[in-house]
Write a protein that binds this ligand. Structure first.
Ligand SMILES: *[C@@H]1O[C@H](CO)[C@@H](O)[C@H](O)[C@H]1NC(C)=O
Ligand SMILES: *[C@@H]1O[C@H](CO)[C@@H](O)[C@H](O)[C@H]1NC(C)=O
Ligand SMILES: *[C@@H]1O[C@H](CO)[C@@H](O)[C@H](O)[C@H]1NC(C)=O
Length: 305
């Protein structure tokens, strides 16, 4: 039920993609493989969301190998895990899948949709082999979220439950271990509590200490592309999709990445990447994940060639 309902949010914009395929000229060698990771309440293979993305990429880039990640034994588990399986375990599972896949060993590109965007960044930072070439975060919340105004799709029971739990105690041990969205919950008013107790986001964003290998591995990317949805009504604050966040101590005013200490102290190498032209900030009109086919073709496909 969750799967078919949650697929709906991508359906409208994706349906038109299927019928406008433009076959490119055959390149000399096939494009690098592509790994995609779906968002909250979605699954690897919903024909209306990731299934459609996969097909569309395959049509635009003939011969490409696309792996749409499935976390669990089937689509139902995959959807459940997007809410309830510890993200650190999910990242570990994905690292194993990638390490075992013979087609990926020469390197791959990656696209993460929504929370899949920050999860794939964790993969880049924690698992340098096989190597990720370009990372494309489509509506990913790189600095987390502080609020869950709406969930995508129709899984509203789960959504209400999650919202209540987050508001009640996102940083309690039990909630941290079991609720995915708590693991990238970022309370700007209690920044020290977030820093000490967030088991996922505070770790990959080097809030407690600097892991030099995270920095080195992230900087090994060719490009880190971040797509922000200008009319996003789901992500709070939207600037998190460009690695910005609320200014510390309050939850009204936001600051861009360049004004965060993560950047100025360059704990993650983002400043150096920015200076080297490796960070790409893209914006598109529309609500969360409402990708338009023409836009995707013009702005994302070039990174996959
Ligand atoms: C840094 O990250 C790597 C990769 O996840 C891990 O193996 C290592 O233990 C971490 N180092 C520290 C000091 O936490
Ligand atoms: C966070 O951890 C630091 C260092 O262990 C400690 O001094 C501080 O009191 C902690 N703050 C909170 C709110 O947990
Ligand atoms: C989306 O947001 C942009 C930038 O804020 C604005 O110019 C545009 O009118 C909005 N579009 C819709 C359909 O709301």
């Amino acid at each position: 039920m969750a799967a078919s309902g949650s697929g709906g949010f991508l359906a409208v914009s994706l349906l038109s993609w299927c019928c406008a395929a433009r076959v490119l000229g055959h390149p000399d060698s096939p494009p690098p493989p592509l790994v995609i990771w779906h968002g909250m309440g979605d699954s690897c293979c919903n024909p209306l969301s990731m299934g459609a993305v996969k097909k569309m990429v395959e049509k635009q880039l003939p011969g490409i190998y696309v792996l749409s990640l499935e976390i669990g034994k089937n689509m139902v588990e995959d959807v459940e895990n997007s809410f309830f399986l510890n993200v650190n375990s999910q990242v570990r599972i994905v690292c194993e899948i990638l390490a075992k896949d013979p087609k990926l060993q020469q390197g791959y590109n990656a696209i993460g949709f929504s929370q899949g965007g920050q999860f794939l960044r964790a993969v880049a930072q924690r698992c340098p082999l096989p190597s990720m070439m370009n990372l494309i975060s489509v509506g990913g919340q790189q600095q987390g979220v502080f609020g869950l105004p709406r969930c995508p799709g129709e899984s509203s029971h789960i959504c209400d439950f999650i919202r209540k739990t987050l508001n009640a105690g996102a940083y309690s041990k039990v909630v941290q271990k079991r609720l995915v969205q708590a693991e990238y919950w970022h309370d700007p008013i209690k920044e020290d509590v977030y820093r000490n107790h967030s088991i996922f986001l505070a770790d990959i964003n080097q809030e407690r200490s600097v892991n030099e290998s995270y920095k080195k591995n992230l900087m090994a990317l060719k490009k880190f592309v971040m797509v922000k949805f200008l009319n996003d009504s789901i992500v709070d604050p939207v600037v998190s999709e460009w690695f910005g966040f609320y200014r510390s101590g309050q939850a009204k005013e936001t600051v861009p990445l360049q004004e965060t200490t993560l950047y100025t102290e360059d704990r993650l190498g983002l400043k150096e990447m920015d200076k080297a032209g490796k960070l790409v900030f893209l914006a598109t009109e529309g609500d969360h994940l409402q990708l338009n086919e023409e836009w995707f073709y013009a702005h994302i496909i070039p990174f996959l060639k």
